[in-house]
Design a protein around this ligand. Sequence first.
Ligand SMILES: NC(=O)c1ccc[n+]([C@@H]2O[C@H](COP(=O)([O-])OP(=O)(O)OC[C@H]3O[C@@H](n4cnc5c(N)ncnc54)[C@H](OP(=O)(O)O)[C@@H]3O)[C@@H](O)[C@H]2O)c1
Length: 289
Amino acid sequence: MTGASGQLGYELARSLGLLGDLILLHRSELDMSEPLSVRRAIRQVKPDWVVNTAAYMAVEAAEENSRQVLAINTESPILAAEELKKTGGLLIHFTTGYVFDGSKKQAYVETDTPNPINSYGQSQWLAEQGIAASGCDYLLLRTGWRYSLRRANFVLGMKNRLPCEQEIRIVDDQLGNPVWVRHAAEAVLALLSREAWHNGYVREHRGLYHLGSSGEASWFDLAREISSILGKGGCRTLAHLVPVSTVEQGSKVMRPLNSMLDSRKFEQDFGIRLPAWQLALEQCMSEAE
Ligand SMILES: NC(=O)c1ccc[n+]([C@@H]2O[C@H](COP(=O)([O-])OP(=O)(O)OC[C@H]3O[C@@H](n4cnc5c(N)ncnc54)[C@H](OP(=O)(O)O)[C@@H]3O)[C@@H](O)[C@H]2O)c1
């Protein structure tokens, strides 16, 4: 497994250890900015499956570092897929709703055509195509806005800022599905344990899936919910939240206004549905107390 120090990687490392010998590769052992090292690692280990959560995640900085972004997010996962095609291994690769341009009014389904509007989304879309073309057994899991109580992310940032600041301006015109990484990791554990019992179960359902929480939210909705949970927990003075548009926020990079993901295919094929985002958020935040 790659990206073990990341939000999702940390949760997967906790869960997937139940399935047997799990090899966790940190950046110091496998630097994905050198794609050939991925091929070498797979030839050496010959894994039954690879879960790739390593990625260049800084959406704004990605615009300036396209060579590195492509190496980490595109070339390395494709080389992994090509190598796994030869060894017969399964690839589970995480990707993003940022492959879409956001112009659709409803949640995106797997058959909608991507049209990324920033370098990060483009690198992930190219990876998706290369992995699919490799002919290996794969699951491509597009997820929503990830959060946890580890590493920098929106929820942790808000939880820390709300009690300390007077006013926080939050974008209210971008819509997505917040996903607690623990639930995404538990979904993967459920899939791989079925694969272990019934060899080929996941492979029979190989392909692209959307995996978002139930229900959608704007960043403002998410911040308001975090504030409400903190308030219920006894926090008396919390910052006033001010909704602003993406244009008013003045981001240097374009982001899709809609990256909502319709996860019904995942639910139909695997019988797994992530909980409502409000419930998941409450569970996640209660972990800190
Ligand atoms: N976060 C989101 O909102 C979101 C949304 C949709 C999809 N995704 C996808 O989910 C996956 C993981 O997301 P996350 O939230 O867990 O990200 P994260 O917490 O930022 O973790 C990223 C991981 O990638 C590793 N990494 C970065 N560059 C590397 C390199 N050159 N070689 C090896 N490892 C490297 C990082 O290692 P270091 O600790 O050494 O930096 C870290 O372990 C990615 O595929 C991402 O595209 C994320």
